[in-house]
Every structure is written in C-alpha cells, then in structure tokens.
Write a protein that binds this ligand. Structure first.
Ligand SMILES: [Mn+2]
Length: 441
C-alpha cells in the first residue's frame, strides 16, 4: 500500500523550475560554508503534525483528508508508519521526530500503551534498516490526557508524577532502541493557572527531581542522546515554568542540571514569549546551550501557537545566521514542528508544505553564509564596540579598573560622543543580500 503514489521523489530543479514537486533552492549536495546543505540543515519531519494531526481547531472538526484514516486503532498506527517512511523517502529528509502518543494509541492501562508502542517501534526499526531517515529526537506527551490536568513532573499528585516518570522511562528506552540523537522535554502542563492553590517552590523542586532521575536513567541504560528543554510561554498554562531560554537556563543552573541539557528552540514559542526567533537562538548560542530547532513560524496577527510552515525568508536568514555562527546544530536539526493550514487538507499539501519550508531554510542558509563571508554584520558590530578595544574600555574588559578610576575618567570627560546605530542602512543591506542571492549577482 502506498499513500503518496501520485508523487515521485522530490528533486532539486533550481529557481527557474515550475514543477510544484521540486526543490527550487534546497540542493542537498550543494556545499555552503564547506558543508553540504543536507549536513547543515538536518531537516526533520514532525510525525504529529504530518501523520497524526487532523487539523481540528477549538471551533471545528478536523478537515484533513488522510488515506490512512480509513483504518482504526493499531491498524491506523501501522498505516501511518508506512505512510511516514514513504514520505521521508520522497522528501529525502534525514530525520524525523515523534511523541509516544503520535505513533501508537494509548491503551486502557500503561502496560497496554507500552505494548502498543513496542509494536510500532519494532516496525519503525525494521524500516530504518533500509531508510536513510534517522530519529532526530523523541519525547513523550505528558500533557494531553486528563490525568495531566494539574501537571506532570510538577503535578500536586504524586501518582501522576510517577505515571509521567514511567512514560519518560519508556521514552528513553525507545529513544535508545531507535538510536535517537536527542531526547526532548516540553512541559506542556509544567506551569500553573493561579498561585491561590499552587506551591511554586515545591513544584519547581519536584520538576528538578524529575529531570535528575531522567538523566540518571539514561546513564543507567547507556542512552547517550543530548537532552533538550523546549521552552514555551503561556500556552497551555497561564504561567509556564520553561517560559523562554533564559528562564529555562536559570532553572537548570539553580538545580545543577546545566551540564545535562541544551535547548530545543521553536520560532513560534519565541514570538509568543515576546522575543524574536533569533533572540532565543542568540541567547542559547552565546551560552553554548543551542541544541536543536523547531522550524516553524507564528502569525503576526494571532496571539497563539499557529505552528505554520516557515516561509519568511528574512526570519530564516537571521535564524541560519545564528546557526552558522554556532558552528551548526551538532546533534540537533531543523524539525518542522509545523502544520498545514486547516484549508490545506489534501495529502499533497503535506508535500508542498515541506518543500516550502526546506526551500526557505536553504535560502536563509545561503544568504546568511554570504553575510558572514562578507563580514557585513561583524564589521558593524566590531566598529560599534571599538571603544572597548583600547583605553578605559580595554581596562573595563580586562578587569584592571574600578569605580575610583572610572569616576576620575568621567570627571575628565569633555562631553560624550555617541555614534549612530545605522539600523535602516543595515536592514537595506540585508535586503540587498536577500535579493542578490538568486539574481546571479
Ligand atoms: Mn508551536
């Protein structure tokens, strides 16, 4: 049984191609900055949005037409695996990601849920023997089921804490079984609605114990994946403990976990936190905690997590700028945590969406590499901070001055001269690079 039989393997045809089923900019073998695009971008398909998502919203039923949906239960779960590996091959993607409940339905008991997972994991492992597509990361869903109403690792209910831990234990085991590069924690319910019934200190203490036990168990079974925290603010709980990278990093340092985790940064979560995508990437990069990326985008007019496929070239350029400056993503990748719009309900829309996302990041990679090669922003920034290269500035950086000397310096100043930040000029220059990138100039 095939599910995308009308679509052949997607190839790179260049920017003049009019074939809707071809890459216009993503050329896996093309080298940028000494690495192939495939090695740099490390694209990943998100199982939940592509094979499990029905495109329902709070006001309407699912619209997705999926040829595997005429099956039920475990038969549907198995059909999704067939569809997934067919699509992975047609898109030629190196990675995929999943939550436990995306791949297998929950049973009436944890034991039955685990058996369902084992069946699907065995099927995936069999496919992966012949497939180039590997597991970028897996995670467990400790947020959808009603048992997680008050949280998982931060729940007030110790039985729920134990249940959530048992699910993560299983997640770590199957991550090892499938050779996952990373393991992700997104605390969908790790937060609170109101302080009126919440012991914040106790919840944070519990959550840290949860993470420490996960680290210990991974070590025990020899699962060497990079652990990742995925920050997100104010959805679904009013106050999420992993609000953004900075608050997540403060938590990790407070509880002695900072050497065991990096961050999985999602564009739409960044914007919901009131940051740009590149802010979150930069914060992680300068602290050496950039692990992986959920490549999507939000909608500027909507205040929730729309998880759109990334098509904003300005955003992909600035994101790739950070990723190149980071020396790549290491064991991480660009995972399309993105869903087609509710009106794009046909199976081929899944293909168009991934082509759009992959091409957008390929453009971003090329433009960002050119900006770096030409030192466009480096020169601006070097000049902007040059007062710290000599004199009193250098003494500040070297730690050889103090408030007495700084006061003396200030008292002897004959006025202060600042320089323009030249923001409009810089933006115009970036536009020039974006437009020149494919004009052959
Ligand atoms: Mn999202």
């Amino acid at each position: 049984m095939t599910y995308f039989s009308n679509i052949s393997n997607i190839k790179y045809e260049g920017s003049n191609s009019t074939n809707p089923y071809a890459f216009k900019f993503y050329n896996p073998e093309e080298k940028v900055g000494g690495k192939t695009m495939e090695d740099y971008l490390r694209f990943s398909v998100a199982y939940w949005h592509t094979f499990t998502e029905d495109l329902s919203d709070p006001f309407g039923a699912g619209t997705a037409v999926r040829p595997w949906d005429h099956y039920d239960g475990m038969d549907r779960a198995k059909a999704r695996v067939d569809a997934a590996f067919e699509l992975f091959e047609k898109l030629d993607v190196p990675y995929f990601c999943f939550h436990d409940v995306d791949i297998a339905p929950e049973g009436s008991h944890l034991r039955e849920s685990n058996q369902n997972i084992d069946t699907i994991v065995a099927m995936m492992k069999d496919y992966m023997k012949d497939s180039k597509t590997k597991l970028l990361w897996n995670t467990v869903n400790n947020f959808t089921h009603p048992r997680f109403v008050h949280g998982a690792g931060s729940s007030n209910n110790a039985d729920v804490f134990a249940y959530a831990a048992a699910k993560v234990k299983k997640g770590l085991e199957i991550g090892k079984e499938l050779g996952a590069e990373n393991y992700v924690f997104w605390g969908g319910r790790e937060g609170y609605e109101t302080l009126l019934n919440t012991d914040m200190k106790r919840e944070l203490d519990h959550l840290s114990k949860f993470y420490h036990m996960a680290v210990a168990y991974a070590k025990e079974i020899g699962f060497d994946a990079q652990f990742l925290i995925e920050p997100k603010p104010k959805e679904p709980t009013t106050h999420q403990y992993d609000f953004d990278v900075a608050s997540g990093y403060a938590f990790l340092q407070r509880y002695g976990l900072q050497n065991h985790f990096k961050f999985n940064i999602e564009a739409n979560h960044a914007t919901l936190a009131g940051h740009t995508f590149e802010h979150e990437l930069r914060y992680a990069r300068v602290n050496n905690i950039l692990g992986s990326v959920d490549a999507n985008q939000g909608h500027q007019l909507l205040g929730w997590d729309t998880d759109e496929f990334p098509t904003d070239l300005y955003a992909t350029t600035l994101a790739m700028y950070e990723i190149i400056k980071n020396g790549g993503l290491g064991r991480g990748g660009l995972n399309f945590d993105a869903k087609v719009r509710r009106g794009s309900f046909e199976p081929e829309d899944l293909v168009h969406a991934h082509i759009a996302g992959m091409d957008s990041f390929a453009v971003g990679l090329k433009v960002a590499q050119k900006l770096i090669d030409d030192q466009v922003l480096d020169n601006v920034i070097e000049e902007r901070y040059s007062s710290f290269d000599e004199g009193i500035g250098k003494e500040i950086e070297d730690g050889t001055t103090d408030f007495h000397k700084l006061e003396e310096h200030a008292l002897n100043l004959d006025g202060i001269q600042n320089q323009s930040g030249r923001l409009e000029y810089i933006k115009a220059t970036i536009n020039q690079y974006l437009l020149k990138a494919y004009a052959g100039a």
